[in-house]
Design a protein around this ligand. Structure first.
Ligand code: MG
Length: 105
């Protein structure tokens, strides 16, 4: 189920990718940075304006997901594999005490 949804979403990002393919990595890297900035901007405005921007932050996180998914596709790694790689990296950095707590991941 999860893998099916990931594959469908990756396919969806392929179909909605509108940029020059010869500059794909450049476009996607800049897009990811831009959308991450939009997440930060929405949160910043919560501080400045005293408002709840939760819906906007979630919307912008979705844009981050789109760019992240495109980059994973370009680098031939699935989101699931990326999660596993990240968990493995973090576990390697853990102290033996912390590792006991997170055993099973
Ligand atoms: Mg956005």
């Amino acid at each position: 189920m999860v893998k099916h949804k990931q594959a469908t979403y990756t396919e969806f990002t392929r179909k909605t990718a509108k940029y020059p393919k010869r500059k794909e990595k450049e476009y996607l890297m800049l897009g990811l940075m831009n959308e991450a900035g939009e997440v930060g901007g929405a949160f910043k405005k919560e501080i400045r304006d005293g408002v709840d921007n939760t819906d906007l932050i979630i919307d912008e996180l979705g844009d981050v997901l789109w760019y992240l998914t495109r980059l994973c596709d370009v680098y031939n790694i699935t989101l699931s594999e990326l999660m596993d790689e990240n968990i493995n990296k973090l576990v390697r950095l853990m102290s033996p005490e912390d590792m006991k707590e997170y055993r099973g991941f």
